[in-house]
Design a protein around this ligand. Sequence first.
Ligand code: PEP
Ligand code: MN
Length: 335
Amino acid sequence: MVAVLKHGTTKEQTELLINWLKNQNVDVNVSEGHEYTVLGLVGNTRNIDVDLLASLDMVESVKVVSEPFKKCNRKFHPDDTVVTLANGTQIGGGSFCMIAGPCSVETHDQIILVAERVKAAGANVLRGGAFKPRTSPYDFQGLKAEGLELLMEAKKVTGLPLISEIMNINHLDMFEDVDIIQVGARNMQNFELLKELGRTHHPILLKRGLANTMKELLMSAEYIMSGGNENVILCERGIRTFETYTRNTLDISAVPMLHDLSHLPVIVDPSHASGIAKLVRPCALAAAACGADGLMIEVHNDPIHALCDGAQSLTPDQYDEVAATVRKVLAAVAQ
Ligand code: PEP
Ligand code: MN
């Protein structure tokens, strides 16, 4: 349930109302937007007398939120959420975030070279997997702790904030200096992992599962947010359909739909969505044109010899061109 307060409601009046609601055993989420203050009520709202609430002088309107996701619901929080990283980089609310880097961290020289090149191309976050979720146990599983250390070095050299995937909550300590913790598609419904991440204040990039609906993605975001961590970024990375020519099917309509349903930023990963390097550019441009808050693109200095996902990785030269064209698309749609 949400209660929209009238213009001119004082802080004292708002606090009285919040206390009255809390005494009825509901949690109150306060969102002070540009236009209105919105009180989002979560928990057992059955005891709330809707007619009484709506009749109060300070209340503009009361709406029952039928969706099962509350904290990530735009009805609770009409303005876009902006996730701010430790260095001040903002994600959401109109700033476009360019995340780029290799699927996996492989060597010192590889990650430094790619980090420098993507930074020069305008990327503002460096990606690199250290713990890799691979379909086969015989495939490269990532450099693990050493991979994270190499990422830290790349951060030191370039100043770029980092994103890397966590697979096991026992590794959380190792991720202290990783600016955004990624929850991969395969872990989108690892609810115990989500609950633990909800107890941190770390920015979390939550990828949509291979066969999950938008509602399920939002319910997973809700797991993190209901624990107290509101720094959640959603990521559309393609879903599994009957199509076999592409690795996944980029659900481009998820971008405006998720923006409609939720205030959280939405990033698109055209690399995993298509699985084919030459499709990354058109999918990235489509994402930029339809309002995504950023892109996460795999870039490798030597894709043919990459230990993971070489077929979908751009070279640094290709990334230069894609990043420049994305900026043109953004400028064109902003007009
Ligand atoms: C990744 O980003 O490296 C990755 C494994 O992606 P996904 O979880 O979307 O498959
Ligand atoms: Mn990958």
